[in-house]
Design a protein around this ligand. Structure first.
Ligand code: UDP
Length: 316
């Protein structure tokens, strides 16, 4: 297949691109590099089935950019870590609205399938636990996180509208917290912060009392689930994530264990509207895709260490 991946220089976009290339497809990666980095694609420099185009998908492609035949568009472009989408608030809203509309229309005009990367943030600070796809969420529409949550909720509405009214062949994945190599070591997420802090021997910054929960999925598991969804005929959202819920304190302790670090924990203020609990109900993915994650947290952290160590030595 001929595939276009937006957000290809990002954490998930670059892993997805690798997976698609391994399966023998031809991939055009598009990214404006606002949070992604070409380092994530550097190993593809000599890959003849891959080409990269630096572009902001909120703008229509220029006339001299011809993607040629397209069979699938994977829409992964968006800032995604809390500090980054707060910094890029307007850009985050734009990419979920204008950017996504441009890409779904690109898919439509090429007769291509379209898979949209949505998020567990659609559930906000959830009142239903664990979160299944039929839960509508509990989102503050004007809080700091709203730029991301509402952008993604709008893009879900947009994708469904193109599917229902124009027959575009769409898919939608709700992605839960994911970690692994290429998670930006400086974008302020829990796993990347903790690992970098542990490797540097600095205190691990736990926000609030650390009893809030997340459910962390190793990147290879996540991408496999997404590929299975892409091959399915499901148009409604599907949760892909690891149902093993853990507190942020447990996560910090797991990082200390895996790195062998003697760092202390330092408690800091909990950011506004930080969800208290988050755990995917993945019954639908199990039933429909025969998928479930396999990599346990400590194993996934261990597999990620080389990447973060290399970032540490590069920064010295
Ligand atoms: N967190 C933390 N210390 C950090 C970074 C994050 O305690 O250095 C907490 C954060 O408040 C949240 C959880 O870890 O409760 C996950 O945060 P992350 O930014 O990774 O993703 P989120 O799920 O909030 O989008």
């Amino acid at each position: 297949m001929h595939i276009l991946v937006t957000g290809a220089a990002g954490f998930l976009g670059s892993h997805l691109t690798d997976w698609l290339l391994r399966e023998g497809h031809t991939v055009i990666g598009v990214d404006n590099l606002c949070t992604g980095t070409c380092e994530n694609l550097a190993h593809l420099a000599a890959e003849p089935r891959f080409r990269f185009f630096e572009w902001d998908i909120c703008r229509r492609f220029p006339p001299d950019f011809d993607p040629g035949r397209l069979d699938y568009v994977f829409n992964f472009a968006s800032p995604a870590s809390p500090p980054e989408y707060l910094r890029l608030a307007i850009a985050t809203l734009s990419v979920g609205s204008a950017g996504t509309q441009n890409m779904v229309e690109l898919a439509e005009s090429h007769g291509a399938k379209f898979l949209h990367a949505s998020t567990s943030e659609c559930y906000g600070d959830p009142l239903q636990h664990p979160q299944s796809e039929d839960y509508w969420g509990n989102v503050n529409p004007i809080g700091p996180r709203s730029v991301y949550d509402e952008s993604k909720r709008f893009s879900e509405a947009l994708v469904m509208a193109y599917h229902r009214t124009r027959g575009v062949d769409t898919r939608m994945v709700r992605i839960f917290n994911t970690y692994g190599p290429r998670l930006n070591p400086s974008d302020g997420r829990a796993v990347s912060n903790f690992i970098m802090q542990a490797l540097r021997g600095e205190p691990l910054t736990v926000y609030g009392d650390g009893r809030q929960t997340r459910s962390f999925c190793y990147v290879d598991d996540l991408i496999e689930g997404i590929i299975r969804l892409a091959r399915s005929d499901e148009h409604l959202p599907v949760n892909i994530g690891n149902p093993r819920e853990c507190t942020i304190l447990e996560c910090a302790r797991a990082v200390l264990e895996v790195t062998g670090s003697k760092s202390e924990l330092r408690f800091e203020a909990l950011p506004q509207d930080d969800p208290i609990r988050r755990q995917p109900d993945i019954s639908k993915a199990r039933r429909l895709l025969g998928w479930e994650p396999r990599v346990e947290l400590r194993e996934g952290l261990a597999r990620s260490l080389d990447f973060f160590r290399s970032k540490l030595s590069a920064a010295k």
